[in-house]
Structure formats: C-alpha cells, structure tokens
Design a protein around this ligand. Structure first.
Ligand code: SAH
Length: 210
C-alpha cells in the first residue's frame, strides 16, 4: 500500500494498546498475550485493518494478529481499529514471520498482497516457496492459507506454487462476489471494496496441508 507519510505516526503508534513492540519475545507464548486459548489467525499485509477489524468483531473467539511493514500504514490501522481485545498488530516484514511464531497459528490470510508481476520478482510473492517454507514453522497442526486477490498473475502463480508445495486447494472462485456460498460470510478488505466497486472480479482460494 502506497501511503503518504503520516506525519504524527510515531505518536499515534505510541499510544496504541494493540501494537506489540517486542514480538520476538512472544514466540511460543502468543496465547498468553491474549490471556485465552483461542485459535490465532494471522493476516500478512493488513493495510489499514478493515478486514482484521471486521473479522475480530464477527469472530470474538478467535485471536487476530495483523502484520504490516510500513509505520504510516500501521498508524492508520490503529486509528481505524481502536482497542479491540482480540486484535494485535506487529510492524514487521513478513520475511521474519518464522522468528515470531513457533507452531502457534491456525490460519493465514493473504489479502491483496503485492503481486510483484514481473517474473524475476516471483520470489518476493507471499506464496513463493521461500515464504511457504517459513509458514511451515508458524502453523500448529493443519496448515491453512486463505488468499484473495484481483491479480490474475499472482493468483495463477499461487495456485501452482501452493499445490507444488503439497497444499490441497479448496473453495476456489474466479468471482468471489458472485459466488453465493463463498460470499455469504465474506468480510471485505479495503482493496477488495475498491476493486469490487469498480466491477473487477475477486479471486480466492483456500489451501490446506496436513
Ligand atoms: N490487505 C489489505 C492491504 C493490501 S495492500 C487490503 O486488502 O486492503 C498490501 C499490503 O501488504 C500493504 O499494506 C503492504 O505495505 C503490505 N506488505 C507488503 N509486503 C509485505 C511484507 N513483506 N511484510 C509485511 N507487509 C507487507
């Protein structure tokens, strides 16, 4: 997400109760952070947090952690989210995700991730084998990745990469908003709202691996 510099981002972030500043210290102990034993779902590249907030309100018995690499975006997200007991935010690059979680996450959401459309950038996509290997370290039990995107290059790449890595693919749609079953419980992200309003189809897949 390209966002103009938010001038008072440090002070906005400093007063937030949902940002975790020392996330590497929490490895292996994330449930203590929430003081319950509810499952943990992570969104990588959470943007301004509309999805995270909508999901956390809809599913109060799930703990949601949003990861975002830019301070300005995190500042906008914490302003938007406020204090929600089952949300935490980490300002970090997803490249370090395997240093934050040790077999503690039940589901990963990748919503409108940067597509890195040129072939030579494929390694940077959040569904490249480099990232899939890191995710192996964060999942507890069955691994589950849910992707939504408007980008056909990223989507076809993800289907191939995930299945080559041993994931089985479920709930695939090339037009999520026209799929009655899949859109029933759908919570929109900011990008999704924008693209869908412009009439673009939204692609989705749920990938699972034992
Ligand atoms: N999920 C939101 C935002 C999508 S834009 C939505 O659907 O509306 C992609 C977001 O991912 C941007 O905010 C970008 O800063 C973040 N991002 C991209 N690569 C990342 C990485 N390696 N680690 C953490 N965040 C990343």
């Amino acid at each position: 997400m390209r966002l103009r510099n938010v001038r008072n981002k440090e002070s906005i972030m400093a007063v937030s109760n949902i940002i975790v500043w020392n996330p590497k210290d929490k490895i292996g102990h994330w449930q203590e952070e929430f003081q319950n034993e509810n499952p943990i779902h992570v969104e990588v590249g959470m943007g301004k947090g509309a999805f995270l907030k909508g999901m956390a309100e809809k599913y109060p018995d799930i703990n949601f952690i949003g990861i975002e690499k830019y301070d300005s975006v995190v500042a906008r997200a914490v302003e938007h989210i406020g204090d929600v007991p089952n949300i935490r935010i980490i300002r970090m690059n997803a490249l370090e995700i395997d240093e934050m979680f040790d077999h503690e996450v039940e589901r990963l959401y990748l919503n409108f991730s940067d597509p890195w459309p040129k072939k030579r950038w494929a390694k940077r996509r959040l569904t490249s084998p480099i990232f899939l290997e890191k995710y192996d370290h964060i999942f507890r039990g069955q691994k589950e990745i849910v992707q939504k995107t408007d980008n056909p290059i990223l989507f076809t790449y993800s289907l191939e990469s995930l299945s080559q890595y041993g994931y089985k693919l479920y709930d695939i749609s090339l037009d999520l908003h026209k799929d009655e079953e899949l859109s029933k419980d759908n919570v929109e992200t900011e990008f999704e709202h924008r693209f869908a309003t412009q009439g673009n189809p939204i692609y989705t897949v749920t990938a699972r691996k034992e």
